[in-house]
Design a binder for this molecule. Structure first.
Ligand SMILES: Nc1nc2c(ncn2[C@@H]2O[C@H](COP(=O)(O)OP(=O)(O)O)[C@@H](O)[C@H]2O)c(=O)[nH]1
Ligand SMILES: [Mg+2]
Length: 316
């Protein structure tokens, strides 16, 4: 039984294999660096701790989270409670897991029907692609899914979502490009209720967190959704591009201030060595990461699992 599971996880199509290969660049820079530092030292001491601190800071983990990760380790090393290199690694893994799992709050389908999810984020972060991938995944699981093409800014954005919808045989509510995105959201929520769908995914136009007018438009979209269906949207998720590293933190702060986010999706982890930013984000914003993108394929969008993430990052 155990053996079969291992084979599935390690096989090239397996979930864990995809996660590991998607995180390869971050592993080499951050985790590989950590392992080299720890194993490269004959003695566990202050010098080792200083080097670890520097490594975490360079890898975009941020001051606050780095301090949290190393705090207890410093005490334990100073008081000789930790002396072995392997113990240092295990301790680091444990602290990273703590940071990543502290705000866990799974998306609950059972509580709300329709469950309404609003996707926000800057241009190119991966909103439309993420909606397409989630729609496909949930449809396969037997859920009734509806999409809303709320990015009315560009005709191509509406087409892009419709292609995903057609491919998965899902309905997509849309209007002409240039239409008011709040009107699209209004129609979509009404349709979701009338058609008794399980989940409605609403796309929005990308915007810079510093663009006030567009941010106001997004607030209006959120208000309108709540008027049609009190309590909705149940999840306002910020989609972040991992390749932007530390910049994600300022984006997250701006969006959270304007829209009261419920969580994050981190895309493009496969293309970057900056995956350490996930630790920073969780430590700073105290909100859950729900999904991560580790490649272009639909199955490369994975539900975020802090334990598996840490195991895929540091495996020695
Ligand atoms: N490598 C990789 N590419 C991704 C991922 N998620 C999205 N992309 C790509 O990022 C680009 C922008 O995505 P899109 O969904 O159009 O962004 P939007 O402007 O936020 O809607 C597209 O070329 C996607 O294929 C990911 O997890 N990994
Ligand atoms: Mg888009």
């Amino acid at each position: 039984m155990e053996e079969t599971k291992q084979t599935e996880e390690e096989s090239k199509s397996g979930f864990f294999y995809r996660l590991k290969s998607g995180l390869q660049k971050t592993r080499t820079s951050l985790a590989g660096g950590i392992e080299n530092i720890v194993h490269g030292k004959a003695k566990v001491g202050l010098e080792l701790l200083d080097e670890l601190e520097e490594k975490l800071l360079i890898a975009d983990v941020g001051m606050k989270t780095t301090t949290f990760i190393l705090e207890d380790l410093k005490k334990d090393v100073a008081q000789n409670r930790i002396r072995e290199n392997d113990e240092v690694l295990q301790h680091l893994k444990g602290q990273m897991f703590k940071v990543l799992s502290q705000n866990n709050k799974p998306i609950q389908f059972s509580k709300n029907k329709p469950l309404v999810i609003l996707m926000v984020g800057i241009n190119g972060s991966g909103k439309t692609t993420t909606i397409g991938k989630l729609a496909q995944k949930w449809k396969k699981e037997g859920k009734k899914v509806l999409l809303a093409a709320g990015d009315t800014f560009r005709a191509a954005a509406i087409d892009q979502l419709q292609v995903w919808a057609e491919r998965a045989d899902i309905n997509c509510i849309s209007q002409k490009s240039g239409a008011d995105p709040s009107a699209v959201a209004y129609d979509a929520v009404q349709a979701a209720v009338a058609r008794n769908v399980d989940v409605l995914l609403i796309d929005t136009a990308g915007r810079l967190q510093t663009n006030q007018n567009l941010m106001e438009e997004l607030k209006k979209v959120k208000r309108v959704i709540g008027k049609v269906l009190p309590g909705a949207p149940h999840e306002t998720l910020l989609v972040l591009d991992a390749t932007l590293g530390q910049n994600s933190i300022s984006q997250a702060n701006h969006f959270h201030e304007a829209l009261e986010l419920d969580g994050f999706v981190m895309t493009k982890l496969d293309g970057t060595a900056k995956g350490g930013v996930l630790l920073n984000l969780c430590g700073e914003l105290k909100l859950p990461i729900h999904f991560i993108g580790v490649g272009e394929k639909a199955e490369d969008l994975q539900a975020f699992d802090s334990k598996k993430f840490v195991d895929a990052l540091i495996f020695s």
